[in-house]
Write a protein that binds this ligand. Structure first.
Ligand code: UDP
Ligand code: MG
Length: 199
């Protein structure tokens, strides 16, 4: 199995790249943001809980997010691997994900962090907001709040996996094809190393 975390600030291209990577590497894509939007769209109890946080650009509490993530992973017992997109966003979430992978007899193999500066992500989110219908993409203050939360609460997750030698930075500026190529090279290196170590 190869289990990857696609990491980076809001608007850094995680969702776009994950969609391409799952095709190429036959992985299961889990975006907790997409899962929350699905629940909100169906007005489920989980969606109603999440809505208040997401509308403000806050993080949904760890217990809720971790519970949802566990359920989703358990729906794919035969997966060849996962791409986690937008999760983990806090240290407790990172710890929970490691524990879950251990329970499944596997591990997180790499965290790939897309590097995009603030001015570029704000521009991208604004553009996405024109068509995404996401209220959190259409309010200057909320966009800035999401970026601040990313810096304060989420960047420590990079360091968490860096301590295990798993975190890698990838330049996230360029064409979608360029960035896909950069990510593919990293993933190929990871899977080749696994093969060399006997899978
Ligand atoms: N969110 C969260 N926890 C998650 C995923 C999403 O709290 O694990 C919330 C949070 O409010 C975030 C919003 O959902 O601002 C949108 O997240 P998503 O990852 O979809 O957007 P992105 O940050 O990629 O633009
Ligand atoms: Mg996303």
């Amino acid at each position: 199995m190869v289990n990857l975390i696609l990491f980076g600030p809001p608007g850094s291209g995680k969702g776009t790249q994950a969609a391409l990577l799952v095709e190429k590497y036959k992985l299961v894509h889990i975006s907790t943001g997409d899962l929350f939007r699905f629940e909100m769209g169906n007005d489920t109890p989980l969606g109603q809980q999440a809505k208040a946080y997401i509308a403000k650009g806050e993080l949904v509490p760890d217990e809720i997010t971790i519970g949802m993530l566990r359920n989703k992973v358990h729906k794919h017992p035969d997966a060849e691997g996962f791409i986690f997109d937008g999760f983990p966003r806090t240290i407790p979430q990172a710890e929970a994900l490691e524990q879950l992978m251990a329970e499944e007899g596997t591990d997180i193999h790499a965290l790939l962090a897309l590097q995009v500066d603030d001015a570029e992500i704000i521009g991208r989110i604004r553009l996405r907001g024109e068509t995404s219908g996401r209220s959190d993409d259409n309010d200057e203050k909320i966009i800035q709040h999401r970026i601040d939360i990313y810096k304060n609460e989420t960047t420590p997750v990079f360091d968490f996996f860096a301590r295990e030698g798993k975190s890698q930075r990838i330049d996230g500026v360029g064409t979608v094809a360029d960035i896909f190529e950069r990510l593919s090279q990293k993933i190929d290196a990871i899977t080749n190393k696994q093969l060399a170590n006997g899978g």
